[in-house]
Design a protein around this ligand. Sequence first.
Ligand code: GRG
Length: 297
Amino acid sequence: MNDNFDIADWLEKIVEKVNRSLNFSLPSEDLKPFNLHKAMRYSIFAGGKRIRPAILLASAKACGGSIDRALPLASAVECIHTYSLIHDDLPAMDNDDMRRGRPTNHKIFGEGIAILAGDALLTEAFAIATTWNAGKTYTHREIISELSLYAGSLQMVGGQAVDLESEGKSISIQELKYIHERKTSALLCLSTRLGGMSADCSMEQLRALTHFGYRVGLAFQIIDDILDVTQTSDKLGKTAGKDIKEQKATYPALIGIERSKELATELTKEAFDSLEIFKEKGIILRKLAEYLLHRDH
Ligand code: GRG
């Protein structure tokens, strides 16, 4: 594998694989309760970029593992991510009408079913993770513990709670970092870690993957904040310009667009440094981080 590695092409193949795996794992729309299963599948197959599964699978490759073996863990993380988006869009949270280029889940299925679809996707994530074939280093107990920690109140849900309570208040850059680390970096760290664990990674590799996931996660959120100001709703597949309208604290609002871009670039460079121990096997992670830094949606 060399520097000409085509990340867009690789991502396209990964999206297909992850979609096949999710289609296999999730209950069919023909099973009762029909509407609930329809709602779960509506958001899962709405065209998400599958960034977290891609990072998980690239982390497995960096540690010499196989994509097919890591796939159930990639699907589990995507279920958690999609649940968080469905719940985030609810009127009680961010109150959004558009996600992944379509009306949000509650706009189609109603708030009650949207809440339940999110609940069921979160639960399904744990069921899918149990179908993973454990190797010689990490057990299901460790995998479940990772999923619970990074998705729970100390990480993703915690970030969302502080974000919710900060609405309409002016917050410091430290507080904004606390929110971003949990709302966004947490699932990216979870992805890198599970990818490594699926491949029996060493402690040193796990530390490097955690460092990489954390930096790329923060950079990802800063870019997300910038795109909210610079792109159209059509391009993003969700309502653009919402952060300014609702006077939300974001990196561009606190430090300006140019400094935010510099910060995302610095974080990505730091993420590259943590890939050194993987030598040429880290190329997909490196290409992914570069791709995410320059993305336009
Ligand atoms: C409701 C428990 C709970 C948590 C919500 C993920 C989240 C926390 C809120 C969604 C809003 C937001 C800005 C989250 C930060 C992470 C982020 C940028 C999500 C969007 O991820 P993409 O761009 O989306 O990978 P796709 O649709 O491509 O999967």
